[in-house]
Design a protein around this ligand. Sequence first.
Ligand code: ASP
Length: 736
Amino acid sequence: MHTKHSNTPLLHHSIIPSLQQPMIRIFILFILFSNVNLSIADEGMYPLSEIHKLNLKAKGLKVSPKDIYNPGNIGLIDAIVNIGGCTGSFISNDGLIITNHHCAFGAVQAASTTENDYVTNGFLAQTRTEEIIAKGLTVRIVDSYKDVSKEILSTLTDTMDLTARTKTIDKRIKEIVSETEKNNPGKRAEVSEMFTGKSYILFIYTFLKDVRLVYVPPRSIGEFGGENDNWVWPRHTGDFSFIRAYVAPDGSPADYSTNNVPYHPKIFLKVNPNGVDENDPVFILGYPGRTFRHRTSYYLGFEEDIRMPYVADLFEWQIATLENAGKNDRAVSLKLDSRIKSLANTMKNYRGKLQGMKRLSIVAKKTDEEKSLQQFIDSDLKLKKQYGTVLSEIASIYNEMRAQSGYEMTFDYLRQSSTLLSFGFSVYEAVRELKKPDLERESAYMDRNFARTKESIISSLKNYYEPVDKIFFKEMLMRASRLPKNMRIPIVDSLIGSVEPEAAIDKLINDIYSSTKLKDEAFLLNTFSKTPEEIDQLHEPFIELAKTIYPAVKQLREIRQRREGALSKYSALFVEVKEMFQKKNFIPDANSTLRLTFGKIEGYAPADALYSSPITTMKGVFEKTTGVEPYDTPRKLIEMYKAKNFGRYMHKKKKDVPVALLYNLDTTGGNSGSPLLNAKGEVVGVNFDRAFEATINDYAWSEDYSRSIAVDIRYVLWVTEKFAGAEHLLKEMGVK
Ligand code: ASP
């Protein structure tokens, strides 16, 4: 969807080399999967409220639903944490948590310097006092939950306009959260929408803010294979790390302090050094982020035709720009690494989804399903009256979004393209919002969130690199200048004029970047305590720019609130009537709340005549190793492999250390770091990814291709004990 022109680097990077191989493989898949029967409704991410209904024994598990979740008592879920959007689990009584390397990556980057480059070399604290702050990471543990759908939906009226509907729901949620936090000091409350416009659950979380790094392997293990291997099976990445949660001496959650002590969880998971084998039953408890299986064909069509191609192309170009900027200077690449990683992760995920959607004709299948649904509705007068226009109402919203997408996508990414513009925007908005009563503010500026908002601004300032900021900003301004007449962003036109856009853009960028003070941390922080009038007096160019675009931002926000109101209203009806039609109760889409999924260790056939078995070993690491990034295994590890120094971690039949596992569990982003548990609920791996073909399972799940990937616990322990020499951690976990 980007506008291509002769001198944009986009042209040179439309297919990065690393993608070529999977692409060929996936092309073959097309032939295979055109015959696959999609079981769209076969979801397996069970929320807490559903666990008691499951017959886990029949699935080969030795734990009962009560062992997993037992309200009022202790269950395995009490050992599961949400850590900065990923999942982790307690594996010792002293707050030791295992999660992914990629989940701790931002924190490792923040702690690294060119002298102490923990990203490259890894980090090990030999003693507790050597553990260092994991910046940006917090830990949430579920205390309890309660259905608050009635409390929210009863505030709505039939005659309410759609924008008011969104605002009313938002307000009620904020009130419930604030009341709950007042009544539960130190806890964090969150209302999660389970079915759009239909059901809402209030979760109360223990919220720990002092989190520290304990052991992180070097990048050449933790991210072995890099972006080439990301979203790929067979896999050989040691994607794990150990961190620890701390609390005040009295046990209450507290900010970082040297007086703090390790947190004692209600329960911790047993680590089983013997691992699992093919066909063994396994399950996962974790915090899957988002799935969209209950959405309509209109939503999916918009994703496939408009949003994902635009974002994937833009990110691909941004990644190339960032890599180029840092390639000869480690101090620079240290600032940019984490951003590259997250852009690349999304970009490749979208490419996988786009391929899968096309091959599996997902939109066409949904369209057929909706046609039958419409017939079902139309065949009954009562149903027709209540649900007759639901699908066409939803369609009209996505049609409107399609028509406006040139303007909206460009505007959205223009605002985000420059770090300094986003700071200017935050300051401009914050000083105004802070004058309002707490519950009426945009959520980022509410008392409960504002300190974190500032922290994240300051941490992105630490990674600020001006040459890239300018390039990104210029690119988006150029894109804006090339939009067709009916899509113009008026303020952009007025800023750059239309005669010679490039020269005007260059001048604008030079002027504002040379006169801004927002790069100065103290200055930036200080702006947040000023009044709007004092801010105006500063004549800070990026804040002035933010002021110029603010009315358009507000206008777009209102438009989106109206759409959200409509979608909330009609999606609820859509799910309701679809449940009647299909005669079943749906499991809600993933929404970053705690879920259970189960299945077994199992290979798959990604292409005709190809079968991928589900366990990789060190042999594969050795074979892939070239000595050049991202396949530059540390020499010590290769020597350990050659010496067959496997100890108790050897897989008996393979006579090798298992590195990664494949299984048919239903996971998505956010499940990163989830413990993979054996039938008895013991940790045998750490989930970190999915096969390329399984990226599509955010839209539709299938037994044939939905496969997730974990690092095998035997590899984790082998590396931790024999490579890092961290025997004290094995002792702490009780495996030594
Ligand atoms: N590696 C993945 C992520 O982006 C995990 C997944 O989506 O399966 O979080």
